[in-house]
Design a protein around this ligand. Sequence first.
Ligand SMILES: *[C@@H]1O[C@H](CO)[C@@H](O)[C@H](O)[C@H]1NC(C)=O
Length: 502
Amino acid sequence: MAYCSYLNLYLAFYLSCIAPLSLAQTAKSSVPFKAVNLGDWLVTEGWMNPSLFDGITNKDLLDGTQVQFMSTNLQEYLSAENGGGTDVVANRASAFGWETFRLWRVNDSSFNFRVFNKQFVGLGGQGTQVRADSNAPGDSETFQIIRNDGDPNRVRIKATNGLFLQAKSETLVTIDYEGLGWEDSNPSNFKMTIVKTLKGEYQITNGYGPNRAPQVMRDHWNTYITDEDFGFMSSNGLNAVRIPVGWWIAQDPTPPKPFVGGSLQALDNAFTWAKKYGMKVIVDLHAVEGSQNGNEHSGTRDGYQEWGASNIQDTVVVIDFLAKRYANNPSLAAIKLMNEPLAPGVTLDTLKKYYQASYDAVRKHTPSAYVILSNRLGPADPKELLSFARNLNRVVIDVHYYNLFSNKFNNMDVQQNIDYIYNQRASDVKDVTTSNGPLSFVGEWTAEFAKGGASMQDYKRFANAQIDVYEGATFGWAYWAYKCAANHWSLKWMIENNYIKL
Ligand SMILES: *[C@@H]1O[C@H](CO)[C@@H](O)[C@H](O)[C@H]1NC(C)=O
């Protein structure tokens, strides 16, 4: 409080002449932060805001959708024999990995089918027999899915040569059927089952396509988070935002397709609003090229985790870009180098090499911004980065705590969830909070829990227990998320409805 005593502040309040500037000067915005994640803003997560996908044709057939096809004639599933590399057959009574095809969307109705071993289904260059041995999809790996008007999961699959795929026999699947018809005995008829969908940034931008996606995304960026939201956050006790961004932001305004430009302007706006309301910004590289975890929020096309050593250099370029742009912005608190790398696909060795190179990139531009290292998800020791991080300056270990996504939480009642926070989570936080090492940050948590359906009082107790314990983290915490269609995941909703008071 540089200018005024409490008395002056109250006077100023009653004279209603607190300009945003003086708020900025009086707000406490240093560690430990009370922060919130601006999830689903610059990196789409469809479950948080499903209606954003409503304008897409065939919106259930987006990139990465996993489908299975049962021949209605043979009552057997199509299968990429051996998981790929050879013939496609139609002789499986039930469907697992080899019988599952991941869609790459070419346009509203045409697709490539990626098999278990990552090859694509096609003609294999000659003859009519269907194979799964192409490493890059072209015209002969592109198929139109034609849906039955009355039953959208009854389909025929048409090749670019105008002929249909048919299951001639259990071991002979060909592209040479010319007829029409929707009878069960028609060898070109299949029952399609959708077993998994992805709804991330790749899916929404490629789903709308190059003509519509730019407008849809810009409208979303301009309305989902605004100046007023930063006002709401700061007046309700939050002093920082963690903003997930995707790797394509570094190539704004012309990122590689299907991503569209404009998210950089939105991030710039966030810095402007943060300054106005005396808040800090944590920039979080949430989606890296190749995908570090296969989740939709990693920007993946089809759910394969492919980020590795060969991607390090390109990803450091993204960090360098962000650090350079915001290094001298007083609202920059930290840059998080990568969200939720997943073990064992991302090895500790590769991750450390990347973290070191990205740390150096940030330090080229700023000595003071914190650098945040995400722990690995999956089978990984939560302390595995501590000794590495001890050699770096102003670094933070980011951990995410959800009483979800694991069977052990499925039957826990509210009190058991709360006990888990005071026992297990408290000890987890202690494990990554050391006296002369990196700071600790609970970068994601939420008041929802696996069983759900509890009373308002119970949700309040569960949220407060977490705030109690996560306040022990020396860099602070960040709620997931600010806005979400599922109410308990929305801190805005939780504050407005008196579930959470900071
Ligand atoms: C979709 O792609 C297929 C295959 O390239 C092409 O034949 C078809 O004309 C395209 N449809 C539209 C509507 O662009």
